[in-house]
Design a protein. Sequence first.
Length: 113
Amino acid sequence: MKSCVYLENPEVKAYIKSLNDGVGEEASLDSVFVRANSKFNLPHDDLAEAMYIAKEAGTDDANVKTLLSTTQENLLRQAYMDGQIDESYLERWMSDQEVAKMKAAKKKADAEK
């Protein structure tokens, strides 16, 4: 499974949260990750950023989808299909029906391997 330093390292997570409090726009989130990467000498990681947004960003579950770009959504979908992440990274920004479709598609793809 893919790890996400933005979620798993308490110091990095706290730093991002301190910068991110009250931020509601994707462009601002991008700058938060750039600052965190610089401060902690982390490599740029698009999937880790998407994972953080899917799990932690936003004021409530309803606005998480507005924070994810189409590219980030696609990264999360592909990572799920590839077995890099579990469905918990889909649940805040996808409807229950969409998650169920993804699970069925993954099950089918896994069976065909």
